[in-house]
Design a protein. Structure first.
Length: 185
């Protein structure tokens, strides 16, 4: 009789371990899905930048430094290795700041502010920034869920055994960059 109790306990522990493992796999996949969502929104934003730069260039050709900074940071963002979230966040933070400066250029050019093309690009950029903010929240929530499982007992035993590690949050380093650039037309 005692033998069957021990067997039942071992089977119960094994089933619990399997459930923990599957939970960790699910959380890891949610983190990957979250990062994919951020990556898609960053790509959409990067695709808008050349059009925005060209539109501003037509009205404000002597703002060369600002235009080159935005273009250079867009290129730098595209060259960050896929899994390097901290580096990507740093470059994207700088790009957001440069985009804010670019959009501020419009204040000095009434014709540019009145341009339908510029207004459409500004509206599209605002939409992408909103979607990007939602994607960041989803990703960071998925990271939180994974990290809690990886670090809490008893799931940390399974996580350590099977190589699950904590994931990095997608954070913007400069608090001033946390706000969307606001340009009044």
């Amino acid at each position: 009789m005692g033998f069957w109790i021990v067997i039942a306990a071992l089977v119960g522990v094994a089933l619990y371990g399997i459930a923990l493992y599957n939970g960790l796999v699910k959380r890891r996949q949610m983190v990957a899905e979250g990062w994919s969502g951020i990556d898609v929104q960053l790509k959409r934003r990067a695709d808008l930048i050349p059009n925005l730069v060209e539109t501003v260039k037509g009205y404000a050709a002597h703002e060369k430094a600002t235009l080159e900074a935005v273009t250079g940071l867009r290129t730098a963002a595209a060259q960050v290795p896929a899994g390097d979230i901290a580096a990507r966040a740093a470059v994207e933070s700088q790009l957001s700041q440069a985009l804010g400066r670019l959009l501020a250029v419009a204040e000095a050019y009434p014709d540019l502010k009145a341009s339908a093309t510029f207004q459409e690009l500004q509206a599209a950029l605002d939409k992408v920034e909103d979607a990007l903010q939602m994607a960041r929240r989803y990703y960071n929530g998925a990271v939180r869920g994974l990290n809690v499982m990886v670090e809490s007992f008893p799931s940390n035993l399974v996580a350590g055994r099977f190589g699950f590690v904590t994931a990095a949050y997608f954070e913007i380093e400069d608090p001033a960059d946390r706000a969307l650039p606001k340009v009044a037309f």
